[in-house]
Design a protein around this ligand. Structure first.
Ligand SMILES: [Zn+2]
Length: 211
């Protein structure tokens, strides 16, 4: 039944079209100019439109199982979207939003037999191998999962650098790639800190870090 979706749309319409500060009419009239491009998992609990709770026009969105980014291949949905966002728009921050309790990562660890799914997620095996090497005790499933979720975000960030539009934007110093992890259990948002080689909360001390 679609009633819940239609009711939700009516709430959105009221806020975005019918209030004094409604943003949609201006966005339609003037066009969009998002600063961000967010790559997230298809998981229904990690929808960036929901968890960031920002106005329309803030970010482009791309979804893939596990927020996994394959190595570059000409003409894929992601390659075309990035080309559009980085070459014909002024996106300056590219966010890879992994998350904890990710079913795709679980499936990768558990060697899922469904070939349709396996053939996509297997591109993240390098990240899983790094996670397995890092886990203190490979029998500790929770540690392995968390390492894998983090390492696969980092691997996706590396793969992104092979996309021509991304490489060009990085070369011209007009793009930052941000590997993020939504900790679904803790209700936290973390970013990879290169200096300390670990994911750290962006909400530390209640302060909002400059993004
Ligand atoms: Zn997921």
């Amino acid at each position: 039944m679609t009633e819940a979706l239609i009711e939700g749309f009516l709430r959105f319409r009221k806020q975005a079209y019918e209030t004094p500060d409604a943003v949609m009419p201006a966005l339609v009239r003037d066009g969009q100019a998002p600063d961000y491009f967010v790559i997230s998992c298809i998981d229904s609990r990690t929808n960036p439109g929901m968890i960031f709770n920002v106005p329309p026009g803030t970010f482009f969105a791309h979804k893939a199982m596990g927020a996994i980014v394959r190595p570059y291949k000409h003409g894929t949905a992601l390659a075309a979207a990035l080309q559009y966002a980085l070459t014909y728009n002024n996106v300056s921050k590219l966010i890879i939003l992994g998350h904890t309790c990710c079913g795709a990562i679980h499936a990768l660890i558990d060697d899922i037999e469904d070939s349709e799914i396996a053939s996509f997620i297997e591109v993240a095996k390098t990240g899983l191998a790094r996670a397995q090497a890092m886990a203190d005790n490979e029998t500790d499933h929770d540690d392995l999962h968390r390492h894998a979720e983090e390492q696969i975000v980092l691997q996706s960030a590396e793969n992104l650098k092979g996309y021509p539009s991304v490489a060009r934007a990085l070369d011209e110093n007009r793009l930052i790639i941000k590997p993020w992890l939504f900790d679904m259990s803790a209700g936290d948002l973390l970013e990879y800190d290169e200096n300390n080689a670990q994911f750290v909360s962006l909400l530390q001390n209640g302060a909002k870090k400059e993004l």
